[in-house]
Design a protein around this ligand. Structure first.
Ligand SMILES: [Zn+2]
Length: 259
């Protein structure tokens, strides 16, 4: 074996090793992509205290991670969402309109504060009948206790009509079918589906941006469980002492496709 061929062999071995190293280097991000790490607190909440964020104790219009919904018509512009959720919603709307000409995704409700939720809650609670538990259960067929609504998170939208009936015929039915088949491609899921044992009733108008909301749901449940007295975890609202212990049941029980 002469010197030249030994050098050539060394170079070949070196080239092989470099190729292998490059392959290993490329394999790493792929496996990381398959198991996305938990986002940081800054990614999820910005500078807002996590529990304040999760319970709606902040102003979405002043939060740097939120934007006004644009591109879905003038009525939708009143509402705010997390930037990622708003952008995905607009992309989903464009695809929907291609599939069903004339279809709209008008947003009726987006991010909601604790104060807003408490105002509506108290009105509904006081106009219901029975003791605190009966009134609460009546309101919670479709409306969350303040501090427990997914709408606090900026990941939720109510679209078109607050009526399952609307989504059972005509254009409403076509839109709902399309969303069932395609929403997941844009990160959206329906949390309150038919046939769940506990929690809110079916809501065909309510859609959730899962890439963020799944973390908020987990974190809400984890942090709520740490409070020795459930009522003190949430700000004031009618019936809080009686009803706050029921909150985790409602937060937890969403469609498996939204967890
Ligand atoms: Zn909703």
């Amino acid at each position: 074996m002469n010197v030249v061929s030994t050098r050539r062999q060394r170079r070949t071995v070196l080239a092989l090793l470099l190729t292998l190293a490059a392959m290993v280097g490329e394999a790493k991000p792929t496996s990381l992509r398959q198991r996305p790490s938990h986002p940081s607190a800054v990614d999820l909440y910005g500078a807002t205290d996590p529990w304040a964020y999760l319970t709606g104790q902040f102003e979405p219009a002043k939060h740097p991670l939120f934007i006004r919904i644009r591109g879905l018509g003038p009525r939708s512009k009143r509402h705010w969402l997390r930037r990622e959720a708003a952008e995905a919603l607009v992309r989903m709307f464009r695809a929907l309109r291609q599939a069903i000409p004339g279809a709209a995704l008008t947003v009726r409700s987006g991010a909601r504060t604790f104060a807003f939720q408490a105002k509506v809650w108290d009105l509904r609670f006081h106009s219901s009948r029975g003791n605190a538990r009966e009134r609460g259960l009546h309101v919670m067929r479709w409306f969350a206790m303040p501090g427990t609504s997914r709408h606090h998170w900026g990941t939720e939208v109510d679209i078109l009509e607050f009526s399952n009936h609307y989504f059972q015929r005509g254009i409403g039915r076509r839109i709902y079918r399309w969303l069932q088949a395609n929403a997941a491609r844009y990160g959206y899921c329906q949390p309150f589906t038919r046939g769940r044992q506990h929690g809110y009733r079916e809501e065909r108008w309510h859609w959730s941006y899962r890439p963020l909301a799944r973390h908020f749901r987990q974190e809400w449940l984890r942090r709520f469980a740490r409070f020795p007295n459930p009522a003190t975890a949430l700000g004031p609202f009618a019936g809080r002492q009686t009803l706050a212990p029921l909150a985790p049941t409602y937060v937890a029980n969403v469609d498996p496709g939204c967890r």
